[in-house]
Design a protein around this ligand. Structure first.
Ligand SMILES: [Zn+2]
Length: 463
């Protein structure tokens, strides 16, 4: 393997091409955002899959729409020089529903540029970000006539609904997806504005706890003290799962939690976090228990148990002296490496069985955590490519607090997987007035091109 310092040519020609095509690229982004692709409702989906295939083809790749039991995937492929790395680029062409539409300044599917940002649903999440990857391929081909690496592209049509068919597809198409590494661009840069290179995500396991009392709601005076109250049942059950020091005390819950290595811990220490500003912004005096645990470490290295909502009985104005018939707690667990959703569900079920046998635990959606080690041989060339385009070394983020279906790549396919987000921190993804900072978009095209160039120079055969 040659070192990443040996990128044979500077990237001035590619960067100049991107600069010269700024307006054209923004127009391409606006055309893409103008096409609804709401996986949750189906709005525009079949047409959007065809359009995504055309975008992949326009970038210079062989492209195809692949059916799944849900919304289709779009695949692309173009061979690079023999011996060069094969990079699988992952993105998603579906978007969140635009509701509430009336809260948008301009309509969600009529993209508008204001103050250097393009506003529209999907502009940041994820059309602008995978389009930047495709425009990088196109720009490399336009300036150099060939790619530095072999490129494969996989655009998911179901990311916003949890990618329910992605793992099975990857499992059945290993040959087609064979690569040396995966690169994805989604989500924001660091909240303070620094570009970041992301190595992992937490997973998630959502569930409901359902408690039942009598077969109907009752008068709290006539029946209180006689008939059990399902809300109290849930309150006691929930209190038995996490203590007042913030420790999750479900038996075996932490069995598979693997601590971060020294490189990961060092990277966490370098992340800029202004704790006082965070607390002021949130109107908080203190962070959650346990005290003394670092901010970045909490989000990266520790699982959580969150009560999303607790419902039952009367919640209206004034009083209603009711003894409710049923109660529901909606909860999620954020999983960390190397926990598995099925195992954590089983441990939660055993806990419920022991502490509140009448309560039903209903499993809902889950996603496994994913972690790529910081000392991967691809880290240096990717970071060097980012620095070449962005003018500064990226922040290294061992694990993001949120969840993405990256276990499909690290777990099912066994590939190191790297996130290179281009979105501004205030992109309002999933919310009204979603927007992408166009300077980030253009720098994103350059970044994606530079990363491929540096990966190409680093080679792929000998890994
Ligand atoms: Zn999203």
């Amino acid at each position: 393997m040659r070192s990443s310092g040996e990128v044979s040519r500077p990237l001035d020609d590619v960067f100049a091409h991107v600069d010269a095509n700024r307006e054209l690229f923004v127009g391409r982004l606006a055309d893409w955002v103008r096409r609804p692709s709401v996986s949750a409702t189906g709005q525009g989906m079949p047409e959007a899959a065809g359009y995504a295939r055309d975008l992949v083809a326009a970038a210079g790749l062989e492209a195809a729409v692949i059916d799944t039991p849900g919304w289709p995937l779009v695949l692309g492929h173009r061979a690079g020089p023999p011996g060069a790395a094969t990079v699988l680029v992952y993105g998603h062409y579906d978007v969140q529903p635009p509701d509430p539409v009336e809260a948008w300044t301009s309509p969600p599917f009529e993209p508008e540029v204001r103050d250097g940002r393009l506003y529209g649903r999907g502009g940041a999440d994820n059309k602008g970000q995978h389009l930047a990857q495709l425009l990088a391929v196109e720009s490399l081909l336009a300036t150099r006539g060939q790619l530095p690496c072999t490129i494969k592209v996989l655009l998911d049509g179901e990311e916003e609904i949890g990618s329910p068919n992605l793992a099975a597809f990857a499992d059945r198409h290993r040959e087609q997806l064979a690569a040396d590494l995966v690169v994805w661009s989604d989500g924001p840069v660091d909240p303070a504005g620094g570009w970041r290179l992301v190595f992992g995500v937490r997973g998630i396991a959502s569930f409901e706890l359902r408690a039942k009392g009598a077969n109907r709601s009752l008068h709290s005076g006539n029946w209180g003290g006689v008939v059990p109250n399902p809300l109290w049942t849930l309150v006691h059950l929930l209190a038995s799962m996490k203590d007042d020091q913030g420790r999750i005390v479900v038996d075996g819950f932490h069995d598979d939690v693997r601590p971060l290595g020294p490189a990961e811990q060092e990277a966490l220490r370098r992340l800029p976090v202004d704790l006082e500003a965070v607390k002021a912004d949130l109107g908080l005096e203190e962070l959650d228990a346990p005290v003394g645990r670092g901010f970045a470490e909490r989000l990266a290295a520790w699982p959580t148990l969150t009560i999303n909502g607790l419902h039952g009985g009367y919640g209206g104005q004034g009083t209603q002296t009711v003894l409710p018939a049923e109660a529901v707690a909606k909860c999620d667990v954020r999983l960390v490496h190397a926990q598995r959703a099925a195992d954590v569900y089983a441990k939660l079920e055993a806990h419920v069985e022991r502490h509140a046998p009448g309560v039903e635990l209903v499993r809902q959606g889950s996603m496994e955590p994913s972690r790529t080690p910081l000392d991967s041989p691809f880290t240096a060339p990717i970071a060097a490519g980012m620095a070449a385009a962005q003018g500064a070394d990226p922040l290294l983020v061992p694990v993001l607090g949120g969840s993405l279906p990256l276990h499909v790549f690290t777990g099912v396919l066994g590939l190191p997987t790297f996130g290179v987000p281009f979105g501004n921190p205030d992109q309002a993804n999933h919310a009204p007035d979603e927007n992408l900072d166009l300077h980030r978009f253009h720098t994103g095209v350059k970044t994606a091109a530079a990363v491929l160039a540096h990966l190409g120079a680093a080679g792929g055969d000998d890994r």
